[in-house]
Design a protein around this ligand. Structure first.
Ligand code: NAD
Length: 189
């Protein structure tokens, strides 16, 4: 169940929607809030992999900079759109994590549209049977659907979303500033 903690507070800069259940987490909606990812990761995390689309390379580098004082941060630039949701791309992310000695107490950030957050979620769910995940969706579809329900997955040659896992993030940051770069057709879609 989702509850809106900011209901009736029009002055609030960030809206928090709380998802209850065994793995409760918050969905924050606001401006500039992607730079608060470190607060969701907490002190136990040492390494962070930011999985991002090519269109967000500069923004991902900026996000990385905001976290490097607390974590060792690696970037995984994945192919754009549906081409990211392939087992070969998941293996590319697992390789980066393996080479950097990612442990159970490290974390993945999914940064991009629904294709990126679906893949990043799947990578987080499968590495060592599950590491911390923060989703930072950057499309309208990602913010209202793909990144918020804990559904992760990739495609196979036989069809879309055939392999995946239900895997709750520790938090979702819907940063409205990221939508400013989004092409009009993606906003309308
Ligand atoms: N997990 C779920 O519950 C769920 C629900 C709905 C859809 N999905 C999945 O979501 C995917 C579609 O997501 P989508 O519509 O976000 O598409 P997408 O991830 O392919 O992104 C669309 C395009 O926008 C670009 N982009 C992303 N953010 C941008 C930004 N801020 N500025 C400029 N360009 C940007 C991307 O690079 C891409 O070219 C599908 O794979 C679908 O299966 C998953």
């Amino acid at each position: 169940m989702i509850q809106d903690s900011a209901a009736g507070e029009p002055e609030s800069e960030t809206t928090l929607l709380e998802v209850s259940g065994a793995n409760a987490y918050g969905i924050r909606v606001g401006r500039g809030i992607r730079f608060g990812a470190g607060e969701l990761l907490g002190p136990d995390v040492r390494r962070v992999l930011i999985v991002h689309q090519p269109t967000l390379a500069a923004a991902a580098a900026e996000l990385r900079e905001s976290l490097t004082d607390r974590y060792e941060v690696l970037l995984a630039e994945i192919p754009d759109a549906e081409a990211a949701k392939r087992v070969e791309v998941a293996a590319f992310c697992w390789q980066i994590m393996g080479q950097a000695d990612f442990t159970r107490s490290d974390a993945v950030i999914g940064f991009g549209g629904g294709a990126a957050t679906d893949l990043a979620g799947f990578v987080a769910a499968t590495w060592l049977r599950g590491v911390k995940l923060v989703q930072i969706p950057t499309t309208v579809l990602g913010m209202v659907d793909a990144a918020i329900g804990g559904k992760t997955g990739i495609n196979t040659a036989e069809g879309k979303n055939l392999v995946g896992a239900f895997y709750a993030p520790v938090g979702v940051l819907c940063d409205l500033d990221t939508l400013e770069a989004l092409p009009r057709n993606d906003v309308l879609a």
